[in-house]
Structures are given as structure tokens and as C-alpha cells.
Design a protein around this ligand. Structure first.
Ligand SMILES: Nc1ncnc2c1ncn2[C@@H]1O[C@H](COP(=O)(O)OP(=O)(O)OP(=O)(O)O)[C@@H](O)[C@H]1O
Length: 414
């Protein structure tokens, strides 16, 4: 595989062919069959001389197959003219094998798959800067989480990792995460937003980001940036037009790649937009990374609150403090008469937060402008910063920044 490198790089189509050939020489030691004849290579694409593909794997063997994944990457990387290769293990896509979402939410079609592998790769230099980021450094409430296992590691260069969660789908968690991210950035913080909602990644749309992240060295992934926020979405790492069935170990690998291989740079806060519910992604995040705290988004509706309670309970069991509860879709102001309506009830999340001893960070109205702004790729905080809706988000962001700075202010056990 060490032919002379041509003067000009072969085009991506030729590289793809060569990559396929290289993969046909990589065999699974378990049965000796090569990956290509076994039909286990999926979604092989080459763009700008970087190959991305998935290798079908039995979830039960996911850990044992890591050397095979690396060997496949190495083989493709060795193709003359290839700048990099990113592979990921994915579950068998057998008919009927689809696993329901590990949460209350129904699985959605075209769930994504990441294409960036090699968990052994070191963190990018930018993310390993030794100087601590300012302001929120002291935000990690270590003292309040004494039982933390040695597992969760701090993310180098990141002041505070904050999980944005909801018990139930559709309560506006992603909308809140996007607006909080830009509102925190407007306060001068260096903000990252990791869209880990594997069943419906929506941050690329909400933050108006498209295209695929590049990987100049074939190992680290450069995140995208818009509205002052550094963003990476599991949805941007999916081989296009591919429905993927996620299994626990695959989810774990995908999330680890997003945390460990994305060149986040130095951040004061990294918001993680989680899927709804209490599933594998939530558990993996809390086990792998030291999470400064979780923010729970809920509507005032009873059903949403019941699910939110489960979320709060899960984070507490994982020794992750609850930084606060946000009530979304709290009130609706009628355009015509100006009257305030409460279609989902009112005050439920605040009351519940009080009952559970968790801080209440504020409420966000139900408003058409919030939805249209999010759909248009510029959250309301960016589009109309002086509007009452944007101010509601700014107030919540201020409360969150306070909670991060002074976690001890949060009630014990939160
Ligand atoms: N305060 C609000 N006012 C008006 N529309 C809202 C508000 N919050 C969210 N929405 C809209 O509700 C829909 C669901 O929001 P979003 O996708 O943020 O929910 P989610 O909780 O992240 O859902 P899931 O986790 O199931 O993907 C979107 O169309 C969004 O624009």
C-alpha cells in the first residue's frame, strides 16, 4: 500500500474505489471473511479525500471488534492520496431488529450514525490547552458529588459540561438548548453545544448550520460554528440517506467520539442536548464525563412533569446535581386580544422544582416567534434580542450562569 503518491490527488470517486479494495483485504478474525464480501461496510463515502464508513457489528461483540475497526481505518488511511479515514461500528440492520428508543420517545426514522472513530486518538491540542478557561472553572460541584466513581473524567479545556434534558419528547428541550447557548454566548462566555439527540438531532437546523464537519487529519473532527456557538451534532456525522439502528454500545462509542474527538477548543460551558428520557446516552454521558449539572426542561403539563421527575431521579442517582428546572411553553399571549392563556397549565414546573428541592431557573412562553425563529436557523435570542421572548431566555441563561458559578447555592441533594 505504499505506492508513490501521485502529483495530484486522485479524485474522491477513485479514492472510494481504492478504499473498497483496501477493505476487501481486512478480515474479521472471528470467521476470516473480509468486510466487503460479508457486506459489512456501509455508507462508504469519500469527501475531500477523507473516507467515512460504518462497519456492521453484532452489538454483543462491539468491544471485541474495536481492533477490527481500527484495522479497517488503517487500511483505508494507507490508500495513496487518502487524507484520512473515519469508521464507526454500527448494529446489524436486520429486519425487525430495530430497538426502540431507550426513552419515552418513539424512535424516529433515519436516526443518525457518526463516522468518526478511534477512541484511542488523543484529544485535539486545542482542547488540551493547559490554561484553565475563566469564569466557570469553579463551577464543577465536585464537593457536592463525593460519590462520583473514578469513571467520569473532566473534559480538558471545558469549564463546565451541562446536560440539557427532558423526561418527555417534544417539550422544547432543543429549542431551549439552542437559545440558552446563544444567550450564554451573548454574556461573553465561550459556549459549545453538543447535539446528542440521536433520535432527532435538530441543532443543525436550529442554529442554521449545514454541511459536514471536516477532519483535516482524519482523526479529529472540526466542529461548526454559528451565532457565536461552537456546535457539533451527531446528525452531521451520519452517512447521508442512511437509516441506522442504534444499540447501546454503538451509542456509547458515538457519544465518546463526539466528546473526545471533536476539537472543541477552550470552552466555558458545553451544553449537551440529550435525547428525551433516561436511556443509554444519558447514562454514558454521566459515566464518561464529569457533568457539572443537569438542566431539566418541562412543560407545566402533569404528564411532562411526571417524566421530568424520572429524569431528575436518574441524574441524582448518577451524582449529577440538578442545576435547575425550566418551564417551557408556560404562557401564551394572544396576538389579537393580548390576553394570557396557559394551554399546558401554569406554574407546574416551578412547584415541582420546589417540591424536589431543585432550583427553578425560569419560564419561557409559548410563542409562534420562538418556533419560526428556531425553524429559520436563528434562535429568537439572535433574531430579536430585545423581544420579551428573547429576554425570557436571557433571564434563564443568567440564572444558569449563576447556578454554575455558585452550585453550592443549589439546595442540597439537587
Ligand atoms: N416556547 C416555545 N414556543 C413555541 N414553540 C416552541 C417552544 N418551544 C419549542 N417549540 C416548538 O416545539 C417543537 C418541539 O420543540 P423541540 O424540538 O425543541 O423539542 P424537544 O423537547 O427537543 O423534542 P425532542 O427531544 O423530542 O426532539 C418545535 O417545533 C419547536 O419549534
Amino acid at each position: 500500500m505504499s505506492a508513490d503518491r501521485p502529483e495530484s490527488r486522485p479524485d474522491d470517486a477513485a479514492l472510494r474505489e481504492a478504499a473498497l479494495q483496501a477493505l476487501s483485504r481486512v478480515a474479521d478474525p472471528a470467521d476470516g471473511t473480509d468486510l466487503v464480501s460479508a457486506g459489512r461496510v456501509q455508507g462508504l463515502s469519500v469527501r475531500d479525500a477523507v473516507a467515512r464508513f460504518a462497519i456492521e457489528a453484532d452489538p454483543a461483540r462491539a468491544a471485541a471488534l474495536e481492533p477490527l475497526r481500527r484495522a479497517a481505518e488503517e487500511a483505508v488511511r494507507a490508500v495513496p492520496g487518502m487524507a484520512g479515514a473515519l469508521a464507526v461500528l454500527t448494529a446489524h440492520a436486520e429486519p425487525g431488529a430495530a430497538r426502540p428508543a431507550p426513552s419515552a420517545a418513539a424512535p424516529r426514522p433515519a436516526a443518525p450514525r457518526p463516522a468518526a472513530p478511534d477512541p484511542a486518538a488523543s484529544r485535539p491540542a486545542a482542547a488540551s490547552a493547559s490554561a484553565p478557561p475563566p469564569d466557570l472553572r469553579g463551577a464543577r460541584p465536585d464537593a457536592r458529588a463525593p460519590a462520583q466513581a473514578p469513571g467520569p473524567a473532566p473534559m480538558p479545556g471545558v469549564g463546565a459540561v451541562v446536560a440539557v434534558a427532558s423526561g418527555k419528547g417534544g417539550v422544547g428541550k432543543s429549542t431551549v438548548a439552542a437559545n440558552l447557548a446563544v444567550a450564554l454566548a451573548a454574556r461573553g462566555l465561550r459556549v459549545g453545544l453538543l447535539d446528542a439527540d440521536v433520535y432527532g438531532p435538530s441543532q443543525p437546523r436550529m442554529l442554521g448550520v449545514s454541511g459536514r464537519p471536516s477532519s483535516p487529519d482524519g482523526k479529529t473532527i472540526l466542529p461548526l460554528r454559528n451565532h457565536g456557538v461552537t456546535m457539533m451534532s451527531i446528525g452531521l456525522m451520519t452517512p447521508e440517506d442512511q437509516a441506522v439502528i442504534w444499540r447501546g454500545p454503538m451509542l456509547m462509542g458515538a457519544l465518546q467520539q463526539m466528546l473526545g474527538q471533536v476539537a472543541w477548543g477552550r470552552l466555558d460551558v458545553l451544553l449537551v442536548d440529550l435525547p428525551p428520557g433516561t436511556g443509554d446516552v444519558q447514562m454514558t454521558l454521566c459515566q464518561k464525563v464529569r457533568v457539572a449539572g443537569a438542566v431539566i426542561v418541562s412543560t407545566p403539563q402533569d404528564i411532562a412533569l411526571i417524566d421530568a421527575r424520572k429524569g431528575i431521579d436518574m441524574f441524582r442517582r448518577m451524582q449529577v446535581p440538578i442545576l435547575g428546572v425550566i418551564e417551557n411553553m408556560a404562557a401564551f399571549v394572544c396576538d389579537g386580544c393580548g390576553k394570557v392563556h396557559h394551554p399546558f397549565g401554569h406554574g407546574g414546573a416551578r412547584a415541582e422544582a420546589e417540591k424536589l428541592g431543585a432550583p427553578f431557573l425560569g419560564e419561557i412562553p409559548l410563542d409562534l416567534a420562538i418556533r419560526t425563529a428556531a425553524d429559520g436557523g436563528a434562535p429568537i435570542v439572535v433574531q430579536a434580542p430585545e423581544s420579551p421572548q428573547a429576554r425570557a431566555f436571557a433571564n434563564v441563561a443568567a440564572a444558569l450562569a449563576d447556578a454554575l458559578r455558585d452550585p453550592a447555592g443549589a439546595p442540597e441533594g439537587a
